[in-house]
Design a protein around this ligand. Structure first.
Ligand code: ARG
Length: 588
């Protein structure tokens, strides 16, 4: 709850009580007529029935009791029974002084810190990263940072897709083009070479070629499936090759995620949990949960009250092969064994929701995950192009992440050079930094579950609800502060003065909203709440900036108070963008 709200409601509650009414009626809301007042309370209307009195009468009695209030001002009873009021500027200044000394400016978590295992990123080894993986990485990174900031222990696991047909496709294609490699020699008993027989660029060519070939060539497809199976069964040469593919691919992935300012504590993958499968399945059979259906092994997971049909969870196909579901269940076995988290949070495309409903239910039934561990699926929507269809390249192909990032950076570079406030030497670096903010903010400012349109022009704009706008605001504050210090003035330590103008008061009001914004972003796992707060704050700051002579203010105390206020603004904005996963340059 916001500290400001607490103060205002306490004050109102006292007045309701004094007049003989239920203090619980003292609910404060932001005014829907900001031209008349900042806040209002509709409690008199809510209570009118119970007290058999006209609401305006009740409102007037409460208002009378607020004469001489040390928190509220301009308190008025208004037809048919609203109580309108403003908060005293002095109160805001004092509150901000108090917040500045608190941990996280007063944002607090209820209850003990938790241990959260986060499953995000989820790229597939040897396949190019595409924009679909971008969302998981961006949203996951931000939620991880928010939870850590609030005191939770978070373990981020990338959960690589490294055990599927793509591996067999690459192996089969390599065997076709380079049969002389020792990996394909069944009689070979020596050590396999240290160096991989391919680079990442080779892999980037091999996989699409093999994938295309498998669609036209039935024979090749069968060979690839066979290779996948043999690798999964542990054939020595194939397994060695598998490790090389993972190694080369992971090196490249690390570079990509570094560039995105996204990191993981664990680089585990599907292949790491295969060892848990036999025992897990044996137990599920023993419990009578898993049964054979047309040759496949399944577990029923439908529940009474399901509005949509939830099909049985398939553990083994009729040929004995494990599936995506099986792997996710085995991953839960390992996660409980090694980490025993309080919560496991998946950030995955919302089209996989049914899969996770099945996995979660099956894991509970089988006792893999105890009641004390919360399983949470956070499904995100699709990133669309301006045509409203899933984002594609100009040629209509799947957009690779690298290209998308390059496109944004180029656009940013052009804008920054045009702006000319930055010397050419650092324009490239700045373009990268601002470009990342454009991409991340463009994504995070939408509610995650919704589809959104990736609009390069809008996302890179310095105006409106964008990442660059937030950065621009921070850079503006940095430049004021630099000028202030150049003039050899010390950063003041005095208390804030009550606001001298409406725009200064509005900025103060915005800043007092910080704890509530953080708390709701945390509780709802919703970075867009934080974005909304940053945007509102940036707007409030810029209005204040345009209407106020900060550095040339002659009253020294007033000037010092302005400086303190903008330092506080900068701190909140900077923490905010750090929680979103990007940072601000010195100049733009
Ligand atoms: N690799 C998967 C994909 O590309 C996403 C993995 C999500 N996490 C999980 N535990 N299933 O669709």
């Amino acid at each position: 709850m916001s500290l400001l709200w607490e103060m205002m409601e306490e004050e109102l509650a006292g007045a309701f009580e004094k007049a003989g009414y239920d203090p619980a009626l003292a609910k404060v809301v932001v005014s829907n007529r900001p031209d008349l007042c900042e806040f209002q309370c509709n409690g008199a209307m809510a209570g009118a029935k119970a007290y058999h009195k006209a609401p305006l009468g009740i409102a007037q009695e409460v208002v009378n009791g607020l004469a001489g209030s040390r928190v509220l001002e301009n308190v008025q009873a208004v037809k048919p029974g609203f109580i309108n009021f403003d908060v005293q500027g002095q109160v805001l200044a004092k509150l901000l002084d108090r917040m500045e000394k608190m941990d996280r400016f007063g944002a607090a978590k209820e209850g003990e810190p938790e241990k959260i295992l986060m499953d995000y990123g989820g790229p597939n080894v040897a396949k190019p990263l595409h924009v679909g993986h971008l969302r998981s990485a961006i949203i996951g990174e931000s939620i991880k940072r928010i939870c850590r900031y609030m005191g939770d222990e978070v373990i981020g696991d990338i959960h690589l897709g490294d055990w599927g047909l793509q591996m067999g496709l690459i192996i089969a294609e390599l065997e076709r083009t380079n049969p002389e490699l020792p990996y394909f020699d069944a009689a070979f008993e020596g050590e396999y070479p240290e160096e991989a027989p391919f680079t990442i660029s080779d892999l980037e060519e091999i996989y699409p070629r093999a994938s295309a070939k498998s669609k036209e060539d039935e024979e090749f497809r069968r060979t690839a499936m066979e290779a996948t199976h043999r690798m999964q069964q542990g054939e020595r040469g194939y397994l060695a090759l598998f490790r090389k593919i993972v190694k080369v691919s992971v090196e490249d992935l690390k570079k990509n995620y570094d560039a995105l300012n996204v990191s993981f504590d664990l680089w585990k993958g599907e292949s790491d949990v295969q060892k848990y499968i036999p025992d897990m399945i044996r137990k599920m059979r023993q419990k009578g949960l898993a049964y054979e259906d047309q040759g496949a092994l399944v577990v029923d997971v439908k529940e009474e009250g399901d509005s949509k049909e939830v099909p049985p969870c398939m553990l083994l196909k009729s040929d004995g092969a494990a599936l995506y579901t099986t792997t996710d269940l085995a991953t839960l076995v390992e996660r409980m064994q090694l980490y025993a988290p309080d919560e496991i949070l998946y950030i995955v495309d919302k089209r996989q929701e049914l899969h996770f409903v099945q996995v979660f239910r099956c894991a509970r039934k089988a006792g893999i995950v105890p009641d004390g561990t919360h399983l949470q699926f956070l499904g995100f929507g699709t990133m669309n192009g301006k045509d409203g269809k899933p984002f594609k390249t100009r040629e209509g192909g799947v957009m690779r992440l690298e290209n998308l990032i390059r496109e944004i950076e180029e656009e940013m570079y052009a804008k920054i050079v045009e702006n000319r406030s930055v010397k050419d030497t650092d324009a490239g670096k700045t373009a990268k930094q601002v470009g990342l903010a454009a991409i991340k903010y463009g994504d995070l400012s939408n509610q995650a579950s919704k589809d959104y349109v990736f609009d390069v022009e809008r996302f890179t704009s310095f105006e409106g609800n964008t990442g660059p706008y937030i950065l621009y605001t921070i850079v503006r504050i940095k430049s004021i502060l630099a000028k202030y210090e150049e003039a050899d003035r010390k950063i003041p330590e005095e208390d804030l003065l009550a606001p001298a103008s409406e725009s200064e008061k509005a900025l103060m009001l915005a800043l007092t909203g910080y704890p509530q914004a953080i708390e709701s972003a945390y509780a709802e796992r919703a970075p867009h709440r934080l974005c909304a707060y940053l945007y509102e704050t940036a707007n409030a700051f810029n209005r204040f900036y345009h209407e106020t002579k900060i550095l040339s203010e002659e009253d020294e105390k007033r000037r010092a108070s302005y400086i303190r206020l903008i330092i506080l603004t900068k701190k909140m904005l900077e923490i905010g963008i750090d929680l979103l996963g990007f940072s601000a340059p010195e100049r733009m």
